[in-house]
Design a binder for this molecule. Structure first.
Ligand SMILES: [Fe+2]
Length: 290
C-alpha cells in the first residue's frame, strides 16, 4: 500500500481562507473536511478551487459512520465520490467509529465495542465503501472516554484487523493514542508497536485539554511536549509519513498553526536525517536505469 508522501500540512479552516489566498504560505498540503464542501455551489467550492490550484489536498470526513448498524448512506458516498472526482485528493479518510443510529446523527465520533462481530460488520462496510468510491480509504483511531465491557480485544488489535481484513489504510492520530492511553490506562508505546507499519499512511497531531481525571481531545491547544515525544517514536517506527496539524477551536493565526507543522517536519527530519527526500530518490533511481 503506497499513498504519496505529501509532507507536513495543516487542516483547512475558514478563519484562514483570506490569509491563505492572499499570501500563499509555503505549507506542504491541506486536509479538507469533506462535508463542508458537499454543497451545490457558491463560495466554499470557489475557495477550494483556488486552494487546490496551489496545494495538494486530502479529504477528511466525519459522517461516514462506518460502525453504525444503519444502512450505508449511498447518497453521501455518491456526493463524496463526486467531490473527489472534481478535486482529486491524494486520499479520502474518515473515522473508525459510529456517529449515529436510526437516522439520527449524533455529530460525534462514538467508540465501538471491540468484538469479532463488530469487526466483521465494519470490515464488510469498509469493503463496500471502497467499492463505491473506487479507491482505498484511510480510517482514523478516535479519542474515547469510555470502554465497553463487551470488548474482547484491545483497540490496537481492532484497528489492525479492520485495516488488514478490509485492505484499507490507517490514519494514525498520535494525540488520540496519547489521550486514550491516559483515559484507559493503556501503553501508548505498546499501541504504536502493535500497528503494522505498511498500513499507516498519515499522522494527525493536535492539542488536548487536561481535565485532571481525564484528557479531552479539544484541538484548541498547541501539541504538548509528551505528544511530540510520542510523534518522534511514531516517525521512528513508521518512517516518512504525511503529517497534519488539526486545530478546531480557539484557532490562532495561520502562521501559528503552520509553525506546528514545521516543528513536526523538524522532528521527522531529525529522526530520518539520513534518508534522501522521496523526489530525490525517484530521480536517482530513474537516472540509474538510464
Ligand atoms: Fe485526528
Amino acid at each position: 500500500m503506497e499513498f504519496p508522501f505529501l509532507g507536513f500540512g495543516v487542516g483547512l479552516r475558514t478563519t484562514h481562507y483570506n490569509d491563505i489566498l492572499d499570501t500563499h504560505p509555503a505549507v506542504d498540503w491541506f486536509e479538507v473536511i469533506s462535508e463542508n464542501f458537499m454543497v451545490a455551489g457558491g463560495r466554499p467550492l470557489h475557495i477550494l478551487e483556488q486552494v487546490r490550484s496551489r496545494y495538494p489536498i486530502a479529504l477528511h470526513g466525519v459522517s461516514l459512520s462506518i460502525g453504525s448498524t444503519d444502512p450505508l448512506n449511498l447518497d453521501y458516498l455518491r456526493q463524496l465520490k463526486q467531490l473527489a472526482q472534481r478535486f482529486e485528493p491524494a486520499w479520502i479518510s474518515d473515522h473508525l467509529c459510529w456517529a449515529g443510529v436510526g437516522g439520527h446523527n449524533a455529530h460525534d465520533l462514538l467508540p465501538l465495542p471491540y468484538t469479532p462481530e463488530v469487526l466483521a460488520h465494519v470490515v464488510e462496510r469498509v469493503r463496500r465503501v471502497q467499492d463505491v468510491l473506487g479507491r482505498r480509504i484511510l480510517l482514523e483511531n478516535v479519542s474515547t472516554y469510555l470502554e465497553y465491557q463487551h470488548s474482547t480485544m484491545p483497540e490496537w488489535e481492532f484497528l489492525t484487523q479492520v485495516a488488514e481484513q478490509a485492505d484499507c489504510g490507517i490514519l494514525l492520530d498520535v494525540n488520540n493514542i496519547f489521550v486514550n492511553a491516559f483515559n484507559h490506562g493503556l501503553s501508548a508505546e505498546q499501541y504504536l508497536h502493535a500497528i503494522p507499519v505498511e498500513r499507516v499512511q498519515q499522522f494527525h497531531l493536535a492539542g488536548h485539554s487536561d481535565k485532571g481525571t481525564f484528557l479531552h481531545d479539544t484541538h484548541d491547544h498547541p501539541v504538548c511536549d509528551a505528544v511530540w515525544d510520542l510523534y518522534a517514536q511514531a516517525v521512528q517506527r513508521f518512517g516518512r509519513v504525511s503529517t497534519l496539524i488539526e486545530w478546531d477551536d480557539h484557532i490562532p493565526p495561520f502562521a501559528v498553526v503552520h509553525a506546528e507543522a514545521l516543528r513536526a517536519q523538524a522532528i521527522a527530519e531529525s529522526v530520518h536525517h539520513a534518508d534522501p527526500p522521496p523526489d530525490a530518490a525517484a530521480f536517482l533511481e530513474a537516472d540509474h536505469r538510464a
